[in-house]
Design a protein around this ligand. Structure first.
Ligand code: BGC
Length: 720
């Protein structure tokens, strides 16, 4: 335990401000010669290296130790630096992208995956991860949608909290745990037109209802750090936004952790046009509670001056520095500045059988069987299988933000299927039929020939991993290049064609959906993708993923999301069907292609007997809602039983459906289960027009099924 107040009393103002700086690890590479490159770019001096509080991005435990040693040799107080990194969906052994993992509807699995990532990253010298990202998003054009947990605030909050718990464990001092940084606060997923870094203009009610709950869930789970987002929120970039940073984060939520800016977000206050110069940027961010500045130098160059001229008191600086030092203390860095980093230990963990097994299971649980006319599962007795499409033997299936994951570590589709069917003839069509995004169709002939010669075809389509992630937005979310045309030619040649999709966002696959007998979405599955796919296609694993984000029929429907508020002319009423003036399109159905919560199985689940323990709910009582679910098939399988509600009359317009409970359960063949959900008054609360989080008396509809397609429904009465 360090005596932080004693330490503070010994530090100069410059040294304190140093604790609030963060730069890339490569600034430490400049030291021996004269100052060039990264140090020069940020205006750093040699002395700053001894004062620096934290670093992001570095290659290994050995590199981290060398930087820590160099820093400590220059720091008279011997305060270790914090080492941070984006460990998003694995460090070296990679599990599915978060949007994929969300389809598992399995926070326990997300926690296990985070624990695994923490083991590998911790041994590699990482002490803080910039995870979880819980930006609420409804727009698949936005490239960063792959980092989110989808369009339901409650599910995203559960998955985010599970990641915090998995990374942080009980005690940050333990070497297998890291501090987690929830991001990007707030509303980044609401960027206009789905374009990265664009403005976000949202009503307070909408923010509180949809966008803020998942950050709050992560804070409640103990997230040690928080990162404000790049975007302007209702006119002011988040890091300088008093409504977000002071009113909500500080005053309402009483957040006690460390706030770190996003990369150069203080520099961007000038570009946004809300700060005239670096000094004003420093003032705006600091006064709104940003403790660490990442990769710009407004604090370094101006915070001292702002104290000397009386804008801030030294006590305010002390408060910020105390938070940073306390985090270092919680991590035990004053006793072990490496936090157990050990290159050899890390290398033994990377891709070890247990980690591979976990990420394969995660990939299987995240896959969503979108469509199946009975073709899947394929028989293991097949002798001739053709693999066609740009992902047939592609190694780039980790997805964006895969940290130290390497393409060469991944199991490709061809490898996975050859391993599962060692005796069969598995042919990869020459040239795979076509590449992702060129217009060249010269490979079609070989693909058609391969399809004709095979008993079944596995057609591996999608968008490359660089088409999603930060800065990778798309205005057209259909399959790029000639892939749809390839699919037409191949399915024509052999109707026994199952499509496997790789993607970082919901795609517009309407054209494909019309012709493909079966479609299995793998998202970007990670290191064990090919093995997971083979197990799923041949029935050794039974698909159980459910969509955490809606698949539109067309980009023109976007943003489209299941939990949208009602309109005065909903498209589904009889009146609307009979008249022209309804909330719909004249050239496209209103409903999406695949709704939130959709996902097929090789088992067949039958729902019956939806019951409520009482028709009346009060503020003091709890109703039990039960439903019988039967696996009416000879295959074991898992089902995510989903409970939705609707509040048809309230003082503000309420969503047409809202998820209030889910349970993922395993069923033996023929097994029947009575599934029970509690319903309390708290679940009915919403933000009313006066800005109160409240419930109102009246009828509530409860539904079981999935969004837009409920199977059973019951009404209860809420009496205040
Ligand atoms: C991203 C953050 C990330 C940071 C550090 C930024 O560009 O927006 O999500 O944590 O870089 O790598």
């Amino acid at each position: 335990m360090a005596d932080i107040q004693k330490l503070l009393a010994q530090m100069t103002l410059e040294e304190k401000i140093g604790q609030l700086m963060q730069y890339n690890g490569n600034v430490f590479m400049d030291t021996s010669a004269e100052i060039t490159g990264p140090m020069q770019q940020f205006g750093l001096t040699e002395a700053d290296l001894g004062r620096m509080g934290s670093v992001l991005n570095f290659a290994s435990a050995d590199e981290m130790k060398a930087m820590q040693d160099l820093h400590l040799s220059k720091d008279p107080h011997k305060i270790p630096m914090l080492f941070m990194m984006d460990v998003i969906h694995g460090y070296r052994t990679i599990f599915p992208i978060p949007l994929g993992l969300g389809c598992s509807f399995d926070p326990a699995l997300a926690k296990e995956c985070s624990q695994m990532a923490a083991r590998e990253a911790g041994a590699s010298g990482v002490q803080v991860t910039f995870t979880p990202m819980v930006d609420y998003c409804r727009d698949p054009r936005w490239g960063r949608v792959m980092e989110t947990c989808g369009e339901d605030p409650m599910l995203a909050g559960h998955l985010g909290a599970a990641q915090v718990e998995g990374f942080q464990g009980e005690d940050l001092k333990e070497y297998d745990h890291l501090a987690a940084c929830v991001k990007h606060y707030a509303g980044y997923g609401g960027v206009e037109a789905g374009r990265d870094y664009n403005l976000v203009e949202r009503s307070e009610r909408e923010l509180r209802e949809y966008f803020l709950p998942a950050y709050k869930a992560c804070i409640d789970a103990g997230a040690a750090l928080l990162m404000p987002s790049f975007n302007s929120m209702n006119g002011i970039p988040s890091v300088a936004n008093p409504w977000l940073m002071k009113k909500i984060l500080k005053d309402e939520w009483n957040y006690q952790g460390v706030v770190i800016s996003d990369y150069n977000a203080l520099g961007e206050l000038l570009v946004h046009g809300v700060a005239e110069n670096e000094k004003q940027a420093a003032q705006l961010a600091f006064q709104n509670g940003c403790h660490i500045e990442m990769c710009s130098s407004a604090y370094l160059h101006h915070l001292k001056e702002l104290v000397e001229e009386g804008t801030f008191s030294e006590a305010q600086i002390d408060e910020a520095v105390t938070r940073v030092l306390e985090l270092k203390d919680r991590l035990g860095l004053f006793d072990d500045p490496y936090h157990g980093a050990d290159q050899q230990k890390a290398e033994a963990l990377f891709l070890c059988p247990e980690h591979r097994e976990l990420v394969r299971r995660a990939a299987e649980e995240s896959a969503v069987l979108l469509k199946n006319n009975g073709l899947l599962p394929l028989s293991e007795d097949l002798n001739r299988v053709a693999l066609i499409g740009p992902f047939a033997q592609e190694q780039g299936i980790n997805g964006f933000w895969s940290c130290c994951g390497r393409d060469e570590d991944t199991v490709t589709m061809a490898q996975g299927i050859r391993k599962l069917l060692p005796e069969a003839e598995i042919t990869v069509a020459r040239g795979c039929g076509c590449q992702w995004d060129d217009r060249d169709t010269s490979g079609f002939e070989a693909a058609v020939q391969a399809a004709k010669n095979a008993q079944a075809v596995i057609l591996c389509l999608g968008e490359p991993q660089t088409y999603s992630g930060e800065g990778n937005c798309r205005a057209d979310i259909r399959l790029p290049g000639m892939q749809l045309e390839l699919a037409k030619a191949v399915i024509d040649a052999n109707p026994n064609t199952a499509v496997v999709l790789f993607h970082g966002r919901p795609l517009d696959i309407s054209g494909l959906d019309e012709i493909a007998p079966a479609i299995l979405s793998l998202w970007f599955p990670g290191t064990e993708g090919g093995n997971a796919a083979a197990n799923l296609l041949f029935g050794r694993a039974n698909p159980c993923g459910k969509l955490d984000m809606t698949f539109p029929r067309s980009i023109g429907q976007c943003p489209i999301y299941y939990n949208h508020p009602n309109t005065g002319r909903p498209h589904w009423t009889n009146e609307a069907k009979q008249q022209h003036f309804a909330s719909d399109y004249i050239d496209c159905p209103t409903l999406p292609l695949y709704s939130f919560g959709h996902g097929l199985s090789y088992s067949h689940f039958v729902y019956s007997d939806l019951q409520v323990s009482s028709p009346v709910l009060t503020a003091e009582t709890c109703i039990q809602v039960s439903v019988t679910v039967k696996n009416d098939s000879p295959r074991p399988g898992k089902e995510v039983v989903q409970l939705y509600m609707r509040d048809p009359v309230a003082s503000v317009v309420r969503p047409v459906q809202q998820l209030i409970g889910y349970q993922k359960l395993a069923f033996a063949p023929g097994e029947e289960k009575h599934v029970t959900f509690p319903v309390t008054e708290e679940m009915l609360r919403f933000w009313n027009f006066e800005g109160q989080h409240t419930s109102e008396p009246g009828t509530i509809q409860l539904m079981v099924g999935y969004a837009d397609h409920f199977l059973l429904s019951q009404h209860i009465e809420y009496r205040a």
